[in-house]
Design a protein around this ligand. Sequence first.
Ligand code: VGL
Ligand code: ZN
Length: 206
Amino acid sequence: MTKALLLIDIQNGFCPGGNLPVAEGADIVPIANSLMNSGHYDLVVASQDWHPANHGSFASQHPGKAPFDMGELSGQPQVMWPDHCVQGTPDAEFHPELNVSAIEYVQRKGENPAVDSYSAFRDNDRSALTGLAAYLRDRNVTELDIMGLATDYCVQFSALDAVDMLPGVKIRLIADGCRGIDPKGVDDALSAMHAAGVEIIQSSDI
Ligand code: VGL
Ligand code: ZN
């Protein structure tokens, strides 16, 4: 029995003051810190959105596109994001108050400019794996709790891939430990995760 906590993209870029801020994004940092300190988890891992400056999800790479327009990338519809979480910049760093010393493994993602990677497990076109599923299997993880940013994008894609790629592992979403970009998108994401077999819990349940 290995209980693991997966922290999705708790980075400056997704917190107020960042380049792709999520409303109240920084409010989840104390929740992450208290869960890491709770003694409940045997293992804490985190993902980090880690884009090259010319990443194809950036509106700046598509003449005529503005941030939040729809475009296309790797043959799929793609939201055109503001430049965010560029490798080596403060925007890509974890939130300064996040207790990073408790994190044993960091999975970077979104490094290929030709495809986006919302999920911490694989690229959006599902061709390249990040290595996180193999790491968690190797560590004999049996329960995986997920929280972070943003509910309707990276959290949702990661939770759905966890169900798909870690058969037999119990997957739970810590709802109050997440914040989203679009309220409607958050509702849809919670429904989709629930329908896929993700248990939706609150941090107070742990
Ligand atoms: C994310 C949009 C673009 C996320 C990452 O972490 O949810 N969203 N890149
Ligand atoms: Zn990104």
